[in-house]
Design a protein around this ligand. Structure first.
Ligand code: HEM
Length: 269
């Protein structure tokens, strides 16, 4: 249901390589009618209304939203941001895992050592710095949402390593993360997948402030807030991915992946 709803919103903005100008005229010139997804959307809205009752209630009492507004906003976050984001990210995570077979043993060792006397959870996974580094490196090389834009709210100066740009209020700025996160002045061998790049041993903590997949730095006090457009799931996304990897390595002695499908899964004895 969400796939169809997502496709209808994204199709007017993405290229599917149909002969131009046909694509522009027939696919990119108008928004598609809601009735195409109406019945499924209604089912999803009813699901949110019943399953997120407490949150919908809180939106009304604490934030003065109507029930309708709360339900649609929650459904948008669930379907577009969360489901849409992970749909892209989990595929590139699996793809990195398939390509980096030589580091599986080391990752498995870390997971099992940290879980020797513990149960896997959002708390215990945070001790697994190699697993986190692997996740961060995947986000660095394959940011799931590569382009961002924003309109300047005031005049200001934008600095790079070696230049200063005068930005005027109202100008539109565009950022392209794959380029930013492969800056050779910041990242050594920027094009290589270095699975332990973000570990303490490698001095990786200071690199987190240059990890921008969430439309803002992964570390630092200036995190997601109402005055920026940084992803509010900045911390939850890497943590969920780390939890997924840790679960795989805890449960299986061998994992092999070919073009994002599992080809071998040997259960731990
Ligand atoms: C792998 C998963 C995810 C990725 C890659 C991702 C990425 C991003 C990015 C790049 C932005 C900034 C977009 C812009 O340019 O304006 C953003 C914004 C946002 N994300 Fe995420 N996100 C993910 C998961 C989630 C989840 C789980 C939530 C649920 C809480 C979420 C909620 C949001 C919201 C509400 C915004 C808009 C923030 C604003 O404009 O103030 N995202 N996300």
């Amino acid at each position: 249901m969400l796939d169809k709803w997502l496709a209808l919103q994204l199709l007017p903005t993405i290229s599917i390589n149909v002969l131009q100008p046909l694509e522009e005229i027939f696919l990119h010139s108008f928004s598609y009618p809601f009735w195409l997804v109406k019945s499924d959307y209604q089912k999803l809205a009813n699901f949110v209304k019943t399953e997120a009752k407490e949150t919908v209630q809180r939106a009304q009492t604490d934030f003065n939203l109507t029930e309708e507004e709360a339900v649609h906003n929650l459904l948008f976050i669930l379907g577009f941001n969360a489901f849409g984001g992970f749909l892209i990210f989990f595929i590139s995570l699996l793809s990195s895992l398939g390509e980096q077979k030589s580091v599986h043993d080391e990752l498995r060792k870390e997971v099992r050592e940290k879980l020797a006397n513990n149960v896997l959870s959002f708390e215990t996974v945070q001790q697994m710095e190699l697993v986190f580094s692997f996740v961060y490196e995947t986000l660095r090389l394959n940011p799931p949402v590569p382009s961002q834009f924003g309109r300047a709210r005031k005049d200001f100066e934008l600095s790079s390593h070696d230049a200063v740009f005068q930005i005027k209020k109202g100008e539109m700025l565009c950022g392209y993360q794959p380029l930013v996160m492969q800056d050779p002045k910041i990242f050594e061998n920027p094009e290589d997948f270095v699975y332990n790049r973000f570990t303490k041993e490698k001095g990786g903590e200071k690199l987190l402030k240059y990890l921008f997949w969430s439309n803002g730095p992964q570390s630092g006090a200036n995190g997601p807030s109402t005055s920026n457009k940084q992803c509010p799931a900045r911390d939850v996304v890497p943590m969920t991915a780390a939890l997924f990897l840790a679960y795989l390595f805890q449960r299986y002695d061998e994992v092999a992946i070919s073009s994002t499908s599992f080809t071998t899964l040997t259960k731990a004895k």
